[in-house]
Ligand binder design. Structure first.
Ligand SMILES: O=C(O)CCC(=O)C(=O)O
Length: 264
């Protein structure tokens, strides 16, 4: 696990990414910065730091995806049992992390200089909880946007292990292309495309960032351990991307009018 750290994203890294559908980038910031992100997300969960209208979703009680409550645009109480929190670009610590120079270099290569995000989300498997996230692709048609982004950067805020619900991926599966418009493969597609024996548990050390191709099939499980498995996932895309229903554009992360972290 861990080990290698990508400092320059060039042709060789691009080829490895397109071959496997993912690339380990290593820990790109200091341990202190990761600790600060962990403290900040805990503060948000406990209501010590608040943002209006931030989408927050509690974890399920059963571990089943169908039982996850709908997200609310409001604080749902002081608890570390949130499953997901979105729009973290509004927080200066998270925004500053998302704007790391390595991530700029990666997005410059695949997207260009004007880059927005579809989402900047905290994904949590609370201690002794967590919810199975079934096999899926992260595709734009199902998301209601008019492009299909390919760049997601997922960062482990805690060690992610098989025991606590790390990502499980099907290496190379991004080359199947978009399986359908709905995020999750049908049972028939699942039987056809997903062979568990070809899958890989993508264990990651605290702070490790992993570049994921959005078409890569991935899933994650529950967390029976007594420690949380926290992660931060950002999907970058071309700033021209619009929401189909409204025509709205998305927050700019790199480029002329990019967001700037304001003091916290
Ligand atoms: O962190 C997880 O368990 C799932 C994350 C995920 O599906 C994503 O980042 O697209």
């Amino acid at each position: 696990m861990g080990g290698e750290r990508v400092t320059h994203f060039g042709q060789a890294e691009q080829e490895r990414f397109f071959e496997a559908g993912y690339l380990r980038l290593g820990r790109v910031v200091s341990r202190a910065t990761i600790q600060a992100l962990c403290a900040r997300i805990d503060d948000i969960m406990l209501g010590r730091v608040t943002y209006d209208e931030m989408p927050m979703q509690l974890d399920s009680q059963t571990g089943q995806y169908g039982d996850v409550p709908a997200p609310a645009r409001t604080f749902l109480g002081a608890t570390l049992a949130y499953r997901r929190i979105d729009r973290l670009e509004r927080d200066p610590l998270f925004l500053s992390y998302m704007q790391h120079p390595l991530f700029r270099a990666i997005t410059a290569r695949f997207i260009g200089s004007e880059v927005s995000i579809f989402r900047a989300m905290f994904m949590n498997k609370p201690a002794s909880q967590g919810t199975i996230l079934p096999w899926h692709q992260d595709i734009g048609t199902g998301w209601g946007i008019d492009t299909n982004p390919i760049v997601t950067i997922w960062t482990a805020l805690d060690d992610a292990t098989v025991a606590n619900g790390c990502l499980q991926i099907l290496p190379g599966s991004h080359r199947f292309g978009i399986l359908n418009d709905h995020h999750f493969p049908t049972p028939e597609q699942q039987a056809h495309y997903i062979k568990e024996e070809d899958s890989l548990f993508l264990e990651a050390e605290t702070g490790e960032a992993i570049l994921l191709h959005n078409f890569l099939l991935h899933r994650s499980g529950v967390n029976p351990t007594n420690q949380p498995r926290r992660a931060f996932s950002v999907c970058y895309m071309d700033a021209v991307t619009r929401e189909v229903a409204t025509g709205a554009r998305f927050p700019l992360i790199f480029g002329r009018d990019a967001l700037r972290p304001s003091p916290s």
